[in-house]
Design a protein around this ligand. Structure first.
Ligand SMILES: NC(=O)C1=CN([C@@H]2O[C@H](COP(=O)(O)OP(=O)(O)OC[C@H]3O[C@@H](n4cnc5c(N)ncnc54)[C@H](OP(=O)(O)O)[C@@H]3O)[C@@H](O)[C@H]2O)C=CC1
Ligand SMILES: O=C(O)[C@@H]1CCC=N1
Length: 273
């Protein structure tokens, strides 16, 4: 497959994460472009590599095989308007990573024939450990599906979902998910300090425990319940902690939080219209 020219519209956190992952995987900087009205965001990109940058979206999109919309949902209408003529004239693939923004609302601004992949990545993309859910419209041909899979595959795991609505659930799980784990770690570190540990010690132990647990969950062939059972000595310390979590409704707390994220994604879709 030839190397596609990829234009990023919006050069914030997620664009940086994806660009960092692409460069790490060997994608040439000269085949990337980025546009952002905020000069500091464009300057920050230069730390990753010599990526051509533009203040004007249409200029960045011009000549690109793939245009990645990496702006906040609130400015999506404006961003779509700025690339519409390039997309229509060149049949470029559009990949949107915005939470909640539906394909229908993008088609309304790009035209019915636009080839659109809606995607929900996450920030660990920066380390090549991302997880992205993808959904393609029927206008997306095999070669363009290949581009989408190669771009998001360069920064981690890719899962095609069977229906667009699954992307709101993916957003609630893996899109927002890194923040849940960071919050859990923050709480563990604070609690470790309350129990008398130095903050540096509590931080190092929480970080390594998260890494070790994630690797065991991913790399072994043992399921999560069994992994948990192996830590939990009958009548021991883990049992005391896990019973405390269960009594305080941790599972329902997590389910409620993810429903809130899913609902918010649907609300954001209605806001763009
Ligand atoms: N952060 C995350 O973990 C994830 C985010 N997403 C999605 O990614 C998208 C981007 O999020 P994130 O990177 O965090 O946001 P950021 O705010 O970090 O980045 C967006 C960038 O777009 C710029 N921008 C604003 N208006 C325009 C415009 N009209 N044209 C071009 N660029 C513009 C912003 O500039 P300025 O700051 O000046 O407004 C900013 O630099 C969102 O839609 C979000 O839903 C998806 C998965 C995970
Ligand atoms: O918080 C948000 O809306 C975005 C989408 C997923 C992660 N960050």
């Amino acid at each position: 497959m030839s190397t596609p020219t990829i234009a990023f519209i919006g050069a914030g956190n997620m664009a940086r994460s994806i660009i960092g992952g692409l460069l790490e995987s060997g994608h040439p900087a000269q085949s990337l472009r980025a546009a952002d009205p905020f000069p500091a965001s464009l300057e920050q990109l230069q730390a990753l590599g010599p990526i051509p940058t533009f203040a004007d979206n249409a200029e960045a999109a011009s000549g690109a095989d793939v245009v990645i919309l990496a702006v906040k949902p609130q400015v999506m209408a404006e961003a779509l308007g700025s690339i519409a003529s390039h997309v229509a004239e060149n049949r470029a693939l559009v990949i949107s990573i915005a939470a909640g923004i539906t394909i229908d609302s993008m088609r309304a601004r790009l035209g019915e024939q636009a080839a659109i992949v809606r995607c929900m990545p996450n920030t660990p993309a920066l380390l090549g450990c991302g997880a992205s859910g993808l959904y393609a419209t029927e206008q997306v041909g095999q070669a363009q599906r290949g581009y989408a899979e190669a771009i998001l595959g360069a920064i981690g795991l890719v899962e095609w979902v069977p229906g667009e609505s699954a992307l709101d659930a993916i957003t609630a799980l893996s899109g927002s998910g890194p923040a849940y784990f960071f919050l859990f770690m923050e709480a563990m570190i604070d609690a470790g300090c309350e129990l008398g540990l130095e903050r540096s010690t509590a931080t190092a132990m929480a970080q390594q425990t998260a890494l070790g647990a994630a690797r065991m969950a991913i790399e072994g062939d043992v399921d999560l319940v069994e992994l948990r059972r192996r830590v939990t000595s009958p009548g021991g310390t883990t049992q005391a902690a896990v019973e405390s979590f269960e009594h305080s409704g941790l599972r329902e707390t997590i389910a409620r939080a993810m429903r809130a994220a899913n609902d918010r994604a649907q609300e954001m879709a209605r806001e763009l219209g």
